[in-house]
Design a protein around this ligand. Sequence first.
Ligand SMILES: NC(=O)c1ccc[n+]([C@@H]2O[C@H](COP(=O)([O-])OP(=O)(O)OC[C@H]3O[C@@H](n4cnc5c(N)ncnc54)[C@H](O)[C@@H]3O)[C@@H](O)[C@H]2O)c1
Length: 384
Amino acid sequence: MARRTISVIMNGVTGRMGYRQHLVRSILAIREQGGVVLDDGDVLWPEPVLVGRDETRVRAIAERHGLERWTTSLAEALADPEAEVYFDAQVTQAREKALRAAIEAGKHIYTEKPTAESLDAALGLARLAREAGVCNGAVQDKLFLPGLMKLKRLVDSGFFGRILSVRGEFGYWVFEGHWQQAQRPSWNYRAEDGGGMVLDMFPHWRYVLDHIIAPVRSVYAHTTTHIPERVDEQGRAYPATADDAAYGIFELEGGIVAQINSSWAVRVDRDELVEFQVDGTEGSAVAGLRNCRFQHRAATPKPVWNPDLPATEAFREQWQTVPDNADFDNGFKTQWELFLRHVATGSEYHWDLLEGAKGVQLAELGLRSAREGRRLDVPELEIR
Ligand SMILES: NC(=O)c1ccc[n+]([C@@H]2O[C@H](COP(=O)([O-])OP(=O)(O)OC[C@H]3O[C@@H](n4cnc5c(N)ncnc54)[C@H](O)[C@@H]3O)[C@@H](O)[C@H]2O)c1
């Protein structure tokens, strides 16, 4: 059993996602479990090379986790021929330039979403990666969440019959910053810095709908900025120029209607921070991050509308729970393992930069739909 080291440049590890989900919960967790065991018994061992702008912060992370390789120079990291993979979790605006440089340096690419700020740029990156012949992947972590994997299990089993509709609720209250600190970075609320709900969440809704329910064919979105002023990390008030809520209606192949509310100005009255209710002719389900409940047509109650009487049934108690039937790992880590395996062995991998570009396409069309107040078709995407 040979151990094969795969060196991964990780840019943006001082950020929320780069540090917690990608470094600690994915790459370091893979090392703690002893690497990724390949089909031939060899073990793939990821060796992170941390990249960040602030020397003190990158060094501190490296020391905290006993990592030896770090730098503040992306060019220096990319110049190392031993480094095979470049990963990007920087702010969205900084991404395109860094990904281009990494592809040009011949690195395999793995990146957070959105893969770029515009569809042209996202498709350009997908094309560049294809021409360079490098492996490439975009984070689509929600597909690997236990709740959504259980939902997919129901879809694949034919449980729903004909799927009619999807209702998604996503969001929570993000503090404005004056009397309690905001729990998300301030750039998220500034359009000029790549922020906004649509750019952040529509890329997720695209792959969730495409891969679990059916391909997205049109979008109508209403966006708004509910909280017009927020307070940043330095305690300074700033105008929130980006949308902090988006109310979207998506038509999917086969006439399925998906409606998803996304908001950072809503208080949670749900079991989980995101929930999707799927209704079909044969049954319905409600999936969250971890759990999935379902109700078959044979167990469907027949309520009668009568506001004069108190509710006669405990509707939420009439659902069953989809069992785990498997060990579910962290979704980010699962996708990292698939990507590293793909790079090392050429195994199948579907979630590439073209898939990432589809997310940017939906975000771009969603914003345009909101500006123009009309429904827009979502054309097939290909790399020309
Ligand atoms: N997959 C998901 O569920 C998910 C969730 C949240 C965010 N994201 C994506 O991850 C990326 C990072 O988001 P985050 O919430 O970790 O942000 P963050 O602000 O916490 O981190 C951003 C990182 O980018 C670095 N950076 C590089 N250039 C910068 C610049 N010019 N200005 C400011 N910072 C710069 C920062 O130092 C930091 O390391 C975004 O593209 C975001 O869309 C994905």
